[in-house]
Design a protein around this ligand. Structure first.
Ligand SMILES: Nc1nc2c(c(=O)[nH]1)N[C@H]1C(S)=C(S)[C@@H](COP(=O)(O)O)O[C@H]1N2
Ligand SMILES: [Mo]
Length: 516
């Protein structure tokens, strides 16, 4: 019963905490715990293990967050069940110092203490020693007296055990009715807590994602140009669980330009219109994309040049780094020299529609040649500094520069159960990409690398878009080991297999096709 009451207190505390998180952005412990745990993914073996078990995308994160929730609620229940309010509160405070600021830890410690005492006072059986089974339920002080959890002076415990006389006097029966009522209430509240916890988790992972991406459904006046990824199929990677991605209010949003600038700026979405619009087709790739993986997309963006904004703000002499700030607390940095080049775009439109929540509304940055981790979404601030402040993933062991590796991928036939019919004229197709550098040649093998044939390249419309390629193929029945490799001038795609962490995956995309 003590544990059930602690469970109720834990649920109430979590609910209050979550409301505070929504209302005033107070750090939410389960989310903090989750953030601390993602740091562990900086350990290569762990990262690989998690990705092997759960694949890419949100699967691993959902598992981790569920684990964290269980840990959080279970931990509170255990603490609250083992010790009385004050001690439990103190333990909560001390343990939370590991992953939250001290004032949050203090607030939660005190709140849990009060909640636990409150719940115990309301729901604990009131028999002061009348029943032999109440020892665990009463709060006893060292003098052996029992402090009534309700109110009033401590009651001296005369006999420690129930006496037959007490039974005869009916003492036991007098309290039986309210006790069972309390027991029922406790059970109901505890069950309610379980429903709330389950509901919370399913709301988090169920429909939440769909509503967030519903805004992505766009009808651009016709079919997209060849090789452009529809927003609905755009890859998605986030440090946040999708329901916790920031939902920015466009009317209140400001882009702050601060630090070592002559004229600090605070720009509304309207203000951005004064910058010269630039439209460009660009490919974005995630550093954790494995060889042949899906975490790469290509779109048509509209925005303006970072260099124009920096000119308006006026860069001060001592500035050496540009620090990006984002609505979700994500940060990244870039040496100022790179930041001043005019190929960096701040974009608000993808494939003809404003960025949706998932992909960075209202503004994100595109930096050619770098992986997605260097390019924050939901940006809120640009700060110029004289010292570097390593970014979110850099602090967790990922590449500092995060420059895109030369890569190529086979899309047709599909790697998962590839189907090709003997004697039917078909083609092997795919894409190749090298960030800000051009693809000059793509070669395909169907015999495990004994011979290579040059594929036909589809010249990209812009410099920073991927290069589609295809090779006609009319196979006879048999088993084919197909693979692809790309070239950029004298640079050849790395043949050695390397894991994504820390510099991005390398190696050839290859698999076996059975033709019958
Ligand atoms: N604010 C913010 N920006 C971010 C991230 C993030 O978690 N928060 N993730 C980065 C990573 S690792 C990648 S690969 C791209 C993914 O962008 P997309 O999901 O729109 O494809 O966003 C980048 N920008
Ligand atoms: Mo990424």
């Amino acid at each position: 019963m003590r544990f059930l009451r602690a469970w109720i207190a834990a649920i109430v505390l979590s609910l209050i905490g979550y409301l505070l998180f929504l209302a005033v952005d107070l750090a939410y412990p389960p989310l903090r715990l989750f953030g601390t745990m993602t740091q562990l993914l900086g350990i290569p073996r762990l990262f690989q293990l998690v990705h092997q078990i759960f694949g890419l995308g949100q699967g691993g994160k959902i598992f981790a967050f569920t684990g964290v929730s269980v840990l959080w609620l279970g931990g509170l229940t255990l603490l609250g069940g083992l010790w009385r309010g004050q001690i439990s509160g103190l333990m909560v405070f001390v343990l939370m110092l590991i992953f939250t600021p001290w004032y949050v830890a203090l607030g939660y410690g005190v709140a849990f203490w009060l909640l636990l005492d409150g719940v115990n006072a309301l729901l604990a059986p009131r028999r002061a020693g009348a029943g032999g089974n109440t020892g665990g339920d009463t709060i006893s002080d060292t003098s052996g007296s029992v402090v009534s959890p309700i109110a009033g002076p401590p009651v001296k415990l005369a006999p420690a055990r129930r006496t037959p006389a007490a039974d005869l006097r009916g003492a036991g029966r007098v309290v039986t009715a309210p006790d069972s009522a309390r027991r029922t209430t406790t059970a109901l509240l505890a069950a309610g807590g379980a429903v709330v916890a389950a509901g919370g988790l399913s709301a988090l992972f169920g429909s939440g994602g769909e509503t967030a991406s519903a805004a992505a459904v766009i009808t651009p006046g016709g079919p997209l140009p060849f090789g452009v990824t529809p927003v609905s199929q755009w890859y998605y990677v986030s440090k946040n669980l999708e329901p916790f991605d920031p939902k920015v209010d466009g009317t209140k949003w400001r882009l702050k330009v601060s630090g070592l600038v002559r004229t600090p700026q605070s720009l509304s979405l309207q203000d951005l219109k004064k910058f010269t619009p630039v439209t460009d087709e660009r490919t974005l790739a995630c550093i954790s994309n494995p060889v042949g993986g899906p975490l790469i997309s290509n779109g048509v963006w509209v925005g303006f040049r970072l260099s124009e904004l920096l000119k308006a703000a006026g860069v001060q002499g001592g500035a050496k780094y540009l620090i990006w700030e984002a609505a979700d607390g994500y940060t990244e940095s870039l040496p100022l020299g790179r930041a001043l080049e005019d190929d960096i775009l701040l974009v608000h439109t993808l494939n003809g529609a404003p960025l949706n929540v998932k992909h960075g509304f209202p503004l994100r940055v595109l930096i050619p040649g770098r992986y997605g981790m260097k390019q924050p979404r939901w940006i809120t601030g640009i700060r110029l500094t004289d010292t570097d402040e390593p970014g979110y993933w850099v602090k967790r062991g990922w590449s500092k520069a995060a420059e895109v590796e030369l890569l190529s991928r086979i899309d047709e036939p599909a790697e998962i159960s590839p189907q090709m019919k003997a004697g039917v004229a078909s083609a092997i197709r795919g894409i190749a990409f090298f960030g800000d550098k051009p693809i000059t040649k793509v070669e395909v093998t169907t015999d495990g690398g004994k011979t290579w044939t040059a594929a036909r390249l589809v010249t990209p419309r812009t410099r920073y878009a991927w290069t589609p390629w295809e090779m006609p193929f009319t196979p006879a029945a048999g088993v084919y080991q197909i693979a692809v490799r790309a070239f950029s001038g004298s640079t050849v795609q790395k043949v050695a297999d390397a894991d994504a962490l820390p510099e991005g995956a390398t190696g050839y995309h290859h698999f076996i096709v059975n033709v019958s």
